[in-house]
Design a binder for this molecule. Sequence first.
Ligand SMILES: [Zn+2]
Length: 381
Amino acid sequence: MKNLSIVILTLLLSTTIALGQYEGTKHPETNSYQYDQPYRIVNVKPAKGKKVKNVILMIGDGMGLVQVSAAWVANRGKLNLDNCTTTGFSRTWCANKLITDSGAAGTAMATGSKTNYHCISVDPEGNPLTSLTDRAHSSGLKTGIVVTCNLPDATPSVFCANNIDRDLEEAIAADYLHCNVDYIFGAGREKFSKRADKRDLLDEMKQKGYQVCTTWNETSKIKQGKVFSVPMEGQLPLAKERGDLFTKASLHAIHLLSKNKKGFFAMLEGSRIDDCGHWNDMPKLVEEVLDFDRSIGEVMKWAEKDGQTLVIVLADHETGGLTLLDGDIKTGTVSGNFASKGHSGVMVPVYAYGPGAEAFSGIYENTEVFQKIVKLLNLNQ
Ligand SMILES: [Zn+2]
C-alpha cells in the first residue's frame, strides 16, 4: 500500500513537471495580433549630394528592431521605413545605468552628453546643457516639436527644459516659456493651466508671442508665426482613436517652419509606442508603430519634394524586451513575447533618408546623433 502511494505520488509529480515543461515551451505569454488595415507605402527617391538645409528627427519612443519587425509583418512585409537608404545602431546606456530612461537617452541625443537616469538636459552634476533646439535657434533656424504624449514628458522636455528630475513636471512645463521653440504640439494641457502654483502658463505663452491653441481645428488654421498647441489634457489617445492627428500636426509644423529661408530643425515623436511596450500589449504596440510609419511616409514625401531635408528615424531605447516568435506576412499576423515591463539595454536601429543620410551608418553612441546633426546643419556651438 505504502509503495503504491509512492508510485502514484511520483506519477503525479512527474506529470506536473512534464505539463510545466510543456507549458513552458508553449511560451504562455505569447501575444498575437492580426492587422486588418494594411496600407500602401509611399514611393520616394531620396535627393543625394545636396547640402542639408533641414533636419527632421523622428523618435519612436521604445521602438527597437523587434517592434519595427513586428509592424513590418503586420503590414504584409512592407514599411515606409524601408525607403531609408542608410541604417546604423545607437547604443543607449546612460551615465549611471546600463538601462536608460527617455530622459537620459533624449538628453544624449539632444545635447551630446551622457547623463544620469531621469535627468532632463542637465549633466550628471545638474548643470544645464544646451540642446539642438537652442543651437538651431541661435544659428537662425526655426525649430519645432510634435509629440503624442504630454509636453512635460521626457522626450519633448529634453529639447525645451532643464531639470535633474523628469518627475518635476510643473517646473519642466514652466521651462517651455524660455525654450525658443517656434512650433510646439502635444498633450498635457493641465500642466500649463491647472497648476499648484496657480500660474496660467497658457496666458504667459501668449505674452511670449505664441498663438496658443486648445483644439486641433484652431491650430490647423494658423498660417504663420509661433504656435503652442495643447489640444488635450493627459496624453493624446492611442492610434486607433487618434486617427491621423500626429501626421497632420507634423506636416503643419513642417509647413510653417519651412517658410524660414535658413531652414529648420524638427523633432517628431511617436511617444506612445513606449507605453504599449510597458503594458506588453502587442496589438496596441503594432498599431502605434504603424501609425508612426504612416507619418514617416508623409514626411518622406515632403522631404523628397524639398530635396534638402534629411529625415532621421530612431529610438531612444527599446521597451518590453520584445521577441518575435511567429507570424505570417501574407495574413499580417504576428506573435511575440515580452521579457520585461520596463526598458531593455539592447542597441536600437537608426534609419536615415535624404542628403547627409550616409553619416548615420555604423555603430555609435546615442550622443553622436547630436554631433552628426550639429555638423550637417553647421550649428553654432
Ligand atoms: Zn518607457
